[in-house]
Design a protein around this ligand. Structure first.
Ligand SMILES: Cc1cc2nc3c(=O)[nH]c(=O)nc-3n(C[C@H](O)[C@H](O)[C@H](O)COP(=O)(O)OP(=O)(O)OC[C@H]3O[C@@H](n4cnc5c(N)ncnc54)[C@H](O)[C@@H]3O)c2cc1C
Length: 319
């Protein structure tokens, strides 16, 4: 990382799918794995605050910006080896991982079509869809953690539903460089048919951009599921309550604060429908949380991560 490659006050909104938020105090774009590894090791050794950004499809940077260093991950190698072993850079697009593995006749990632993130971002939130998630096929993860580069096992990352330790605490102390997967051969026609089918379902229910996909995680609560008359039987049986169902039930579908709106088509999507500030988006999220908590006694938890300086932040929405 040469000094001339570091930018100050780099606006982050264009690097997020929500198109909102402030600037990175210092910013560096790593275009290959070695550049990413050495930047991470240097920043850790110098006790700098680090934030890593992939495709920015699951984050909301504060309007006040992101202090310290933001590393933009533009690494992209994917190697498909013999016997179903696949090694992908953390900056590779999740959809490219599907394409490369499908071309090699390997099954497992059909659900990744339509998820607009990197493999590293997918790992942080254990991204998934249609009853699959990235954790299922991981055998190893190369990281720079507290300045030390090593391979660790997936069990070290505490992966669970839309969660891992990469989302918690001082997440920038663990930067993922590469992921290793073990996949099984599949029937090519079925792999592509599944992908097409998932994509069709997505197009049917997803609102248009700009969004970060589902803003809140689903709620796993059998008691709550049993108490909701309108919940589809399939969801009641598995004790899953979509957050969108709860937000719709409290009458917030289509509700707006400034340029932020809870989508008409899918109430768990917050849309930036016109120069929304990060504060407006978060205010809408807080409003949805408060209304759901009041009515159902349930805390819905954000899937989207708030980045940067939110200290002393105050909601601009109604209580
Ligand atoms: C239209 C749309 C549809 C979506 N559909 C789905 C879906 O079906 N299922 C689903 O699970 N998600 C979905 N998402 C959310 C999002 O795309 C995924 O979570 C995605 O995998 C995030 O990847 P990213 O590169 O954009 O991560 P970013 O948003 O850039 O980062 C997310 C988090 O991961 C951390 N991170 C990123 N890279 C690394 C790394 N190399 N090392 C350590 N930490 C890292 C970041 O610091 C941040 O905390 C959707 C989003 C959109 C906009």
């Amino acid at each position: 990382m040469k000094p001339e490659e570091v930018t100050r006050s780099r606006p982050l909104a264009p690097l997020t799918t929500l198109r909102a938020g402030g600037a990175a105090e210092q910013f560096y774009c790593a275009r290959d794995r070695e550049a990413l590894a050495s930047a991470a090791a240097y920043l850790h050794a110098n006790e700098m605050e680090v934030t890593i950004l992939g495709s920015g499809s699951n984050v909301l940077p504060s309007d006040r910006g992101v202090p310290g260093f933001t590393l933009l991950n533009r690494t992209s190698d994917i190697e498909v080896g013999p016997g179903g072993e696949v090694v992908a850079d953390s900056g590779a697009a999740f959809q490219d991982l599907f394409l490369k593995t499908a071309q090699a006749g390997l099954a497992g990632f059909s659900y990744a079509v339509g998820i607009p993130g990197t493999v590293g971002g997918a790992l942080a939130s254990n991204a998934g869809a249609y009853r699959s998630c990235i954790a299922e096929f991981i055998t190893g993860v190369e990281v720079v953690e507290d300045g030390v580069r090593s391979w660790i096992g997936p069990e070290d990352l505490q992966l669970s539903y839309r969660d891992s330790r990469l989302r918690r605490g001082d997440a920038g102390r663990c930067i993922v460089l590469r992921l290793r997967f073990q996949l099984e051969p599949g029937t090519p026609a079925l792999i592509y048919d599944d992908a097409r089918d998932y994509q069709r379902q997505r197009i049917g229910k997803q609102p248009p951009p700009a969004s970060a996909g589902s803003f809140f995680k689903n709620v796993y609560d059998q008691g709550l599921a049993d108490s909701l008359p309108g919940l589809p039987e399939r969801l009641r049986a598995s004790g899953v309550v979509p957050s969108g169902f709860l937000i719709e039930a409290v009458g917030l579908r289509g509700y707006r604060i400034g340029g932020a709106m809870l989508a008409e088509r899918h109430a768990n999507f917050i849309l930036n429908v016109g120069r929304a500030t990060a504060s407006e988006i978060r205010s809408l999220a807080e409003l949805a949380k408060a209304r759901v908590a009041d009515r159902f006694g349930t805390e819905i938890e954000e899937e989207v991560l708030y980045l940067g300086d939110w200290a002393d932040w105050q909601s601009v929405g109604k209580p």
